[in-house]
Design a protein around this ligand. Structure first.
Ligand SMILES: Nc1ncnc2c1ncn2[C@@H]1O[C@H](COP(=O)(O)OP(=O)(O)OP(=O)(O)O)[C@@H](O)[C@H]1O
Ligand SMILES: [Mg+2]
Length: 260
């Protein structure tokens, strides 16, 4: 049995009387891809915002490898080993793709701001190393040909991959992906799934994946957590989820109608 790397216990967030997340508990196991699914407004993104310190929980805890993340500021959560992408892409739009990926690496580098301003030899060699590492991450994701493009000029699907590259540049233990396949067609979505699996192996990250492309979730996830109105509706293997009547009714059925 794999160990639980990320433990969510009794997580609750109330917004003006609405329980956006309601006593939610689940584990993300080390080396696995845990899918987080549910209808629009189920509370999935709020879970990410609670894990990453954007919002404080009304109740409950989040632990990473046994250490509490709850109460940590977003920067500290990244330092502890949790990086994310955003449902609404957040890149430095006017910087190059390579700069977008280099920035988080340099932010973690050990030399200080004075060395950076004076461009000392140690700062320059750290910058070179950061650019090389950023380029290597972009190669892993198959987007290195865009390295010198301005981020805002990339096709939408490539911007989503660039966001993943930027998150991986934080050297996370846990990578949170919020709808990475949004706006992609079936072929692009399948290809993204392969990229996510490769990232898991090559970077040794544990992944928590929010996605509405249900086939992607059922294909690549090791475990699936289903939310409805903030609460846990079901969890299990993709096989369990496919067969679960409550899930089919509350989620899969509704998605089919959406598509029709
Ligand atoms: N900052 C906020 N203030 C007030 N209500 C909020 C806030 N953030 C989220 N909510 C509410 O919490 C509920 C859950 O929203 P959330 O964005 O987490 O859903 P979601 O599952 O990610 O949905 P989607 O699939 O559409 O992205 C919604 O009712 C939403 O309006
Ligand atoms: Mg969302």
């Amino acid at each position: 049995m794999m160990a639980a790397l990320l433990e969510v216990r009794g997580l609750t967030r109330v917004f003006g009387g609405i329980r956006a997340v309601d006593s939610l508990s689940f584990d993300a196991h080390e080396g696995g891809i845990t899918g987080l699914i549910g209808p629009n407004g189920a509370g999935k993104t709020t879970v990410f915002n609670l894990i990453t310190g954007v919002y404080r929980p009304t109740a409950g805890t989040v632990c990473l490898a046994g250490g509490r993340l709850t109460g940590c500021r977003p920067d500290d959560v990244v330092r502890a080993g949790v990086a994310r992408t955003f449902q609404n892409i957040r890149l430095f739009a006017r910087r190059t793709c390579l700069e977008n990926v280099t920035t988080p690496i340099l932010a973690r580098a050990s030399y200080g701001p004075i060395a950076a301003v004076l461009r000392t030899p140690s700062a320059r060699s750290a910058e070179r190393a950061a650019r090389e590492k950023a380029f290597a991450i972009m190669e892993e994701l198959g987007i290195e040909r865009f390295a010198s493009f301005q981020a805002s000029n990339l096709p939408y699907g490539m911007q989503r991959k660039l966001e993943i590259a930027r998150a991986l540049a934080c050297s996370p233990k846990v990578l949170l992906l919020d709808e990475p396949a949004a706006g992609m067609n079936d072929a692009e979505t399948h290809e993204l799934g392969e990229t996510i699996k490769r990232a898991l192996e090559d970077f040794g990250v544990t992944i928590l994946l929010i996605e509405h492309h249900i086939n992607l979730v059922l294909d690549i996830c090791t475990h699936v957590v289903v939310m409805e109105r903030g609460a846990l509706l079901a969890h299990g293997t993709p096989g369990d989820i496919r067969e679960n009547p409550a899930v089919v009714e509350a989620y899969l059925g509704r998605r089919r109608r959406d598509r029709a």
